[in-house]
Design a protein around this ligand. Structure first.
Ligand SMILES: Cc1cc2nc3c(=O)[nH]c(=O)nc-3n(C[C@H](O)[C@H](O)[C@H](O)COP(=O)(O)O)c2cc1C
Length: 584
């Protein structure tokens, strides 16, 4: 099959179309230049040639040249920009102040584009089910104008930081007509190669691959609120029934202690009458931390990528312990400050090359924190679809105990020194510095425990945010989550706060009590008793892998032990107390 149809344009003309599309930019810097009226007319004709639903052509164009009117609009936009600036903090706020978001006074002419949604009458073709198609049509016209302008060498800037009602009044636009856009049109100072917002590091272009779906929507969820809305309480009725079964097994009541508690919990979480955990997955997420610049760790940041390579070779502690437990390790890069290329086995969820230094400002933007949470959740949901019966969390990131301590201090209200430990094994001087750096980070970032997402963004880490996603996905899909040590615990705390009042905590078990000081505080806050206390402090998910056989054992006693009735053994009520002691 040929890639060219007979109706296609000749090569050079096709190229010109694509060139206009890719070289079009939003322009805010103009140079003085008189645009020929015939050129202006061509732009309007291009707009007027746009597709419109039912051919309703709902657009009107108001050409504004008067400097006095323009000044009024410019002042209004400046004031609105100032107001909108209140949404941003720290580095983002500073960057926002520097952004030039309009060229109202410098451009040759302003064109306000409106939409008359009533044009074409009530029966206008194609609008019965989607009333917004009138506005969509106007956007198509604007894009035509934008592309034609680029081909003419002219720049267009779309200004939307304004109150449409205010501008309508100024331009005498009647009430039912909607204002869609205010366009600055003129000779551009230059046409940047990429969007200005990408150049200044505000936001980059999404991956087209991620946004392209085959046959049906591939992403299991679209938003944090959707994910959280799926979280439901444990099934208390099934747990009560599980208790009856546990009490009827051939053993004194409660004599298998926490193993029984685990079995009951697994029934309540999974709603299975005989829970089994055939496929276990450890999510080991890696990222770097800008705060290492402050000298808070005994190891250099370069260790993070090396450990990632070690995970993929199967030589790290988590690989060994996961193999022992029959679990699979999913290794994902959430923001290591190194490029791995196409490293087989590594999943890339890279949000950045390490976080920013939290001692100087926010570690990341809230948008990035959210992105990492959703990426972690997506990975977990995909594994669930592939049959994962429970999730374990793990982490790798030089500097991440500093982030975790900061999170725990904010979210529990504890004193920094009470939740800060020795991490990879720092000496007294480094420890004092670490406490000081965390205090500084909390002060600089004006943290607020009531806003867990902002807290995560300000003093958290990319891998911690990813683990928050795994934990939320676990709770949303009735999957038990075995939370590893301190870093994972901090993620659990964030997840619980984010989802409040949803009972995320009920879906969690703390695998082991870490040596890291702040971990006890996390366990207390979540009211969960760690399963093991092995004086471990490695992270990676090692404590979780070590505790996995306990969950298997809980499933086994619950599913395989005989009841008194099945075994034909007289139960407690049928025999005297001293035959089977209540507590061995
Ligand atoms: C509906 C809409 C409203 C916009 N509003 C503004 C604005 O008020 N100020 C601004 O500087 N850019 C605005 N833009 C431009 C976008 O920021 C810009 O298109 C985006 O960053 C991509 O860059 P590019 O157009 O150069 O490819 C707007 C774009 C659209 C489509």
């Amino acid at each position: 099959m040929t890639d060219k149809l007979e109706a296609s344009f000749p090569e050079d003309e096709r190229e010109a179309v694509y060139r206009a599309i890719h070289a079009r930019r939003d322009i805010r810097h103009f140079v003085p230049y008189e645009v020929d009226e015939t050129v202006l007319q061509r732009l309007l004709e291009a707009a007027h040639a746009a597709p419109s639903v039912g051919f309703m052509q709902p657009w009107d164009f108001i050409i504004v040249r008067d400097p006095a009117t323009r000044r009024q609009i410019r002042d209004h936009v400046s004031a609105e920009k100032e107001k909108a600036g209140a949404h941003y903090e720290g580095k983002e706020a500073a960057l926002y102040q520097q952004l030039k978001l309009e060229g109202i006074m410098e451009c040759f002419v302003l064109i306000a584009v409106t939409c008359d949604a009533a044009r074409g009458g009530k029966k206008n073709l194609g609008r019965a089910t989607m009333p917004q198609t009138a506005q969509f049509s106007v956007c198509a016209a604007i894009q035509n104008l934008w592309l034609a302008a680029r081909a003419e060498g002219l720049g267009v800037g779309w200004v939307s930081i304004l109150q449409p009602g205010w501008l309508k009044e100024l331009l005498h636009v009647p009430e039912p007509i909607e204002l869609i856009a205010l366009l600055c049109v003129g000779a551009a100072e230059h046409f940047p190669k990429e969007p200005l917002l990408q150049t200044v590091g505000w936001r980059s272009r999404e991956s087209l691959k991620e946004l392209t779906h085959q046959e049906r929507w591939r992403k299991p969820m679209t938003s944090l609120s959707q994910l959280i809305s799926r979280i439901e309480p444990l099934n208390q009725q099934l747990m009560d029934q599980a208790q009856l079964r546990l009490d009827s097994l051939t053993k004194p009541v409660g004599s298998l202690g926490r193993l029984e508690e685990l079995a009951k919990w697994l029934v309540g979480v999974t709603q299975q009458s005989r829970p089994r955990l055939p496929r276990k997955v450890v999510f080991t997420f890696a990222a770097d931390h800008g705060v290492t610049q402050e000298g808070v760790s005994a190891y250099p940041a370069a260790v993070t990528p090396e450990m990632v390579r070690n995970f993929l070779r199967g030589g790290a502690a988590i690989n060994v312990l996961a193999r022992q437990a029959g679990a699979e390790v999913i290794v994902a890069d959430f923001g290591v400050a190194a490029d791995f290329g196409d490293l087989p086995g590594l999943i890339s969820c890279k949000i950045g090359h390490g976080t920013a230094n939290m001692a100087k400002g926010p570690a990341m933007t809230e948008a990035d924190a959210l992105k990492a949470i959703l990426a972690g959740a997506e990975l977990a949901l995909a594994e669930k679809k592939r049959g994962a019966a429970f999730f374990a969390t793990g982490d790798m990131g030089i500097g991440n105990t500093t982030a975790a301590s900061a999170l725990v201090a904010v979210l529990t209200g504890a004193r920094v020194e009470d939740v800060t430990g020795r991490g990879t094994g720092i000496d007294d001087d480094t420890f004092r510095r670490k406490v000081k750096v965390i205090r500084q980070a909390l002060a600089v970032n004006k943290v607020d425990a009531g806003d867990p997402l902002a807290t995560l963004a300000k003093v958290g880490g990319f891998e911690i945010a990813g683990l928050v996603g795994v934990i939320l996905a676990g709770a949303a899909t009735r999957t038990p989550v075995l939370v590893d040590g301190f870093i994972s615990g901090a993620a659990a705390l964030v997840a619980c706060r984010l989802a409040q009042p949803k009972p995320v905590r009920d879906y969690l078990a703390i695998a082991h009590l870490s040596v890291e000081k702040g971990h006890q505080r996390i366990a207390r806050e979540l009211a969960l008793v760690p399963l093991l206390d092995f004086r471990m402090r490695l992270g990676e998910g090692t404590g979780a892998a070590l505790a996995m056989p306990l969950l298997d054992a809980a499933c086994a006693i619950y599913g395989e032990m005989a009841t008194f009735q099945e075994a034909g053994v007289p139960g407690k009520s049928e025999i005297s107390e001293d035959v089977i002691p209540a507590d061995r």
